[in-house]
Design a protein around this ligand. Structure first.
Ligand code: SF4
Length: 244
């Protein structure tokens, strides 16, 4: 049987002039956000979009604090990318851990990998390992950023630059909302941004290890996330907003 061809990093389709314009606009977006808000935070997953934002945050010198959700189920490559990124930019990325008692309660009820059994246990696991720690990390912030893009999935086509995060009562920004996948990779190449090693092994989107798999060429770029669920359930529940 032939091994299926995997997703690979797309070629650049944006001209150098357009990329320069888009990059300058991104830096201005970040500066504008940090001028408007006192405490802005960014949760990085270390995947491509979040690396572009990290690079632009460092170049813009915007006052935006970085953290990452150390879920306890990440690939070793993701764990290693935290240090690679810190060393590359000379920054510190705060690690936010889940509460041990929440993890134990999930395991007692569903089993360690109980999230494979359906939507409810998946929500419970993401709740314990991602949402509750994210809520704690955003306490005291008045705005936060994500690396989400409209083009990524059907659940993100209505994404806007500025939104109101109703569940947390703070502003939420998606500075890459109008970037394409090709724009992201053109920026990474142009600016020599560190690349998560799994992007070179057929993973366009990277989350927790047991819930992320490689994607075949031509498949949806989020097809490798929670592949056993319906496509409209392929979010962690981190993003509940209202357009501003
Ligand atoms: S992505 Fe998977 S392992 Fe990670 S928190 Fe969600 S259900 Fe749990």
């Amino acid at each position: 049987m032939m091994t299926p061809e995997l997703w690979t990093i797309p070629p650049s389709t944006i001209s150098p002039a357009e990329l320069a314009e888009k990059s300058a606009a991104l830096i201005n977006r970040l500066k504008g956000i940090s001028e408007r808000f006192k405490s802005v935070r960014f949760a990085t997953s270390l995947a491509a979009e979040d690396m572009v934002l990290t690079d632009a945050i460092c170049k813009s010198k915007a006052k935006i604090a970085l953290f990452t959700l150390a879920t306890g189920r990440l690939h070793q490559e993701t764990v290693d990318m935290v240090k690679t990124t810190e060393d590359h930019y000379g920054i510190t990325i705060a690690k936010v851990y889940p509460d041990e008692s929440d993890i134990q309660a999930f395991i007692d009820k569903y089993g360690m990998n109980g999230f494979y059994e359906g939507e409810e246990p998946k929500k419970a696991c993401c709740g314990a390992r991602k949402i509750k720690p994210l809520n704690a990390a955003l306490l005291g912030a008045d705005a936060w950023l994500t690396g989400q893009r409209r083009e990524q999935s059907t659940t993100r086509i209505d994404l806007h630059f500025e939104e109101h995060d109703e569940s947390r009562g703070i502003a939420k920004f998606n500075p890459l909302f109008d970037w394409t996948e090709s724009d992201i990779w053109a920026y990474i190449k142009q600016e020599n941004v560190p690349i998560h090693p799994l992007h070179l092994k057929g993973y366009p989107s990277i989350g927790c290890e047991p819930c992320t798999r490689q994607v075949k060429k031509g498949e949806d770029i989020r097809a490798g996330r929670w592949w056993w669920l319906q496509s409209d359930s392929k979010e962690c529940g981190l993003h509940v907003n209202k357009q501003v």
